[in-house]
Write a protein that binds this ligand. Structure first.
Ligand code: ADP
Ligand code: ZN
Ligand code: ZN
Length: 745
């Protein structure tokens, strides 16, 4: 009989400490070897006491002298703490995405920091209605406009959150103090948990769902009530009422005393969206976003754990809110790339949500108008259950979509950013006093070189991926390392008009102002929205029809409903097609569909103009006809041909070092090791220079491993990690893993 290896448990005894990495090692008694799992609570000797701790790792490696390691006493009795679940989830993240256990723990558990207890200050009106009216007249007479503003608001609401009043009405603390002295109002201070939203809107009655919405709700609830917790893909065209479906499902889960997490990409976490949830669920809702301080985050964590809230809305990290009886996870816009972490551990919130739901016996609903190819594929395989909403609410038509060929514009002598057709329609909207949005995509275009005559970008002959321009004019393929010098003329048509893309939103604004001098124009990009409220203010101004034209990047196409927008112009649709990444067509299709969905949400029908150099490209044609299935079929074919996800899985090893020679040597050794290990289990490409081959003097190289079975990639990741631990390559070289990466490297 083979001797059983001795097992050790790494245990943390206090997870509220900053030091999650402070673990203590105990040996596992043989009779517990099969039973113990990461996350479990155990009783351990600690000094001369016995304390309860959590197992964060099980290993066969003793960290110090075996004779000094004490055995743990046993598995703690009683209910399973929510922390156990999250630690188990961290273990899963570590295994599936590659990181240390400590990094994974820090991802799922919040760090307690001492923060000052916050006083919530409320303003209360002390005057009767008549007195207040008299006072208001007085203040207005004296042109005390700040005081008048605040008083008017108080007359409507009686009580107001002080910080909110200060922010929204720009009333200073001095003004509030003065009004307190005048006996107009009273300031009430009480200690409280900080709720990041101030006052709540009126509670509205839920909308009556239409038959398709109701069918989707029923499908989930039927399973849920039988204890079947599955993953659903809710595919619903823009404006089909997905959010109402989410809210109905949440209401059902809440009725049974369970909680819900709603994941929304941060960029779409707008005032409008948030208020819809508040007006339905009131103060049981809490919002997490990246602007919260560490203290505020921790408060939210406690409120969730203590049962003060039932719904959390937030980006990726909201997934780790410690609801003890989680019943439902909603992931809106499930195709969004921001759901993938770009730092170690590089987890994807979709898979992680499904794992968390599995641990908690909860359901998952993924929603999108343009599901990721991965998710739709899984729905096709029966892994997810597909639910569809194919019509807009109230039968509003989808907007009419035209494609303009920019090569023809150039031939006709129009060098403006705006095509003739788009100018014509903008003119028309200005006359009708309707609004226009112009969308300029800026993502993934740096380094792309394309021909302005034929529209072709320089491509790698081996990979069907666009080449990127590197310093010194070299064109490099980031997938295989193929390199050519920058050509002087277009290899396809011989034209000399070959160059990188540069037009930014500012340039578009200039061009629009020149062409339409009387139009009121707003521009929204990272520059104009840098201040905390800049983003909301711009949106509100546009929503109030204080401008005719809104120019912007990605930010303008997510989560806003502007009833007066009847024209959407997409200025250069192909920029994304040139991105050096196999997702390029998918991203293009998604963005165009979403941009198109912004038009015609009010009573008036919408129109969309897509400007492109590649009108025949399938991603553009299918976006024009808003035909997801047609897009999906072609895209999947392409993925199949090149063995990209979801057909196969991809693991990228990113190797970095400040020492170019050490990196070179390490990659040589890794290559030999990976080649020997591959043996038909996976396919290996590389090493090649990363997309950015050097960042602040750190050199970067990548390996690509492909396998049909994800588990093969986990194996090779584990084997590589083991080698690295053993000192197989130079300590000066760092290796990171990225499974099914979202962006190129
Ligand atoms: P999606 O999330 O699919 O884009 P929304 O949930 O935002 O769609 O719904 C689009 C608009 O239709 C919103 O203004 C919403 O309030 C409204 N709406 C949704 N469902 C209904 C319904 N059953 N009856 C009336 N209006 C609805
Ligand atoms: Zn050309
Ligand atoms: Zn290549």
């Amino acid at each position: 009989m083979q001797e059983q290896k001795k097992l050790y448990a790494n245990v943390i005894v206090d997870i509220s400490l900053e030091k999650l990495d402070k673990t203590f090692q105990y040996s596992v008694p043989d009779e517990l070897t099969g039973e113990l799992a990461v996350g479990m609570q155990v009783q351990v000797p600690f000094g001369n006491r016995t304390v309860t701790g959590y197992v964060v790792e099980l290993t066969e490696e003793a960290e110090y002298d075996v004779s000094r390691i004490r055995p743990l006493d046993g598995i703690a009795e009683g209910g399973i703490a929510i922390e156990s679940q999250l630690i188990a989830l961290a273990g899963w993240i570590r295994r599936n995405y590659g990181s240390t256990m400590n990094q994974a723990l820090k991802t799922v558990l919040p760090v307690r920091r001492k923060t000052k207890e916050q006083k919530k200050r409320t303003l209360e009106l002390l005057l009767t209605e008549q007195e207040a009216a008299k006072q208001l007249a007085l203040l207005e007479n004296r042109h005390a406009s700040a005081m008048a503003r605040l008083l008017r608001k108080l007359m409507k609401e009686k009580r107001l959150d002080a910080s909110l009043a200060a922010r929204e009405l720009s009333v200073s603390a001095a003004v509030i103090r003065r009004m307190e002295e005048m006996g107009i109002l009273r300031v009430d201070s009480t200690a409280c948990y900080r709720n990041p939203v101030g006052s709540l809107p009126e509670r509205g009655a839920p909308k009556t769902l239409n038959q398709w919405q109701q069918a989707a709700v029923d499908a989930v609830i039927r399973d849920y009530d039988q204890g079947i917790y599955a993953t659903y893909l809710l595919k619903g065209v823009t404006g089909s009422g997905k959010t109402e479906v989410y809210m109905e499902l949440i209401a059902h889960v809440l009725e049974q005393g369970r909680q819900a997490i709603v994941l929304i990409p941060e960029i779409a976490l707008t005032y409008q969206t948030v208020m819809r949830f508040y007006s339905r669920f009131g103060e049981r809702v809490s919002i997490l976003n990246s602007r919260l301080s560490a203290g505020e985050r921790y408060d939210q964590y406690l409120r969730a754990k203590n049962g003060d809230i039932d719904i959390v809305i937030g980006p990726r990290s909201a997934l780790f809110v410690p609801f003890p009886r989680l019943g439902l996870i909603i992931m809106d816009e499930e195709h969004e790339t921001s759901y993938k972490s770009e730092t170690v551990p590089r987890y994807h919130a979709r898979e992680t949500a499904i794992e968390r739901a599995r641990l908690a016996h909860a359901s998952v609903v993924l929603g999108s108008a343009t599901p990721s190819v991965e998710s739709f594929y899984r729905a096709g395989c029966g892994e997810y259950r597909l639910l569809e909403l194919n019509r807009r609410v109230e039968e509003k038509p989808l907007p009419e979509c035209e494609v303009v060929d920019l090569r023809e514009e150039l031939k006709a002598g129009n060098r403006s950013i705006l095509s003739g057709r788009l100018q014509e329609l903008m003119e028309d909207r200005l006359k009708k006093r309707q609004q226009t949005m112009l969308f300029l995509n800026r993502r993934g275009i740096s380094g792309v070189v394309a021909c302005r005559s034929c529209g072709k970008a320089l491509q790698c002959p081996h990979c069907d991926i666009t080449l990127s321009q590197h310093q010194g004019g070299r064109m490099v393929c980031h997938y295989c390392g193929y390199t050519v010098p920058l050509p002087k003329t277009c290899p396809s048509c011989g034209s000399a008009y070959i160059s990188g893309f540069k037009a930014g939103t500012e340039k578009v604004e200039l061009c629009v102002r020149e062409r339409f001098p009387d139009a009121r124009v707003l521009r929204m990009d990272f520059d104009t929205t840098r201040t905390k409220d800049g983003y909301e203010k711009l949106l509100q101004a546009f929503g109030n029809h204080e401008a005719d034209i809104l120019i912007g990047t990605q930010m303008i196409v997510k989560g806003h409903d502007f009833a007066d927008v009847t024209l959407m112009g997409v200025l250069a649709a192909d920029m994304l097609l040139y991105a050096n990444d196999y997702h390029a067509a998918e991203r293009t299709f998604q963005l165009l569909t979403q941009a198109a969905g912004r038009a015609g949400r009010g009573a008036l029908p919408g129109q969309v103009v897509i400007q492109t150099y590649a009108p025949e490209h399938f991603a553009i044609r299918t976006a024009q006809s808003q035909d997801y299935e047609a897009f999906y079929r072609q895209e999947l074919e392409y993925r199949r041909m090149l063995s990209y996800p979801p057909i196969q899985n991809l693991l990228v090893l990113l190797c970095t070092s400040t020492d170019a020679d050490a990196l070179e040597a390490a990659c040589g050794k890794l290559k030999a090791f990976l080649e020997a290990a591959a043996n038909g289990r996976f396919q290996m490409i590389g090493p090649a220079d990363a997309a950015v081959a050097k960042i602040s003097d750190v050199y970067r190289k990548v390996f690509y491993l492909k396998a049909a079975d994800y588990r093969e990639l986990i194996h090779i990741k584990d084997e590589t990690e083991y080698r690295l631990k053993e000192g197989y390559i130079s300590k000066n070289v760092n290796v990171q893993f990225d499974f099914n990466p979202i962006n190129g490297f």
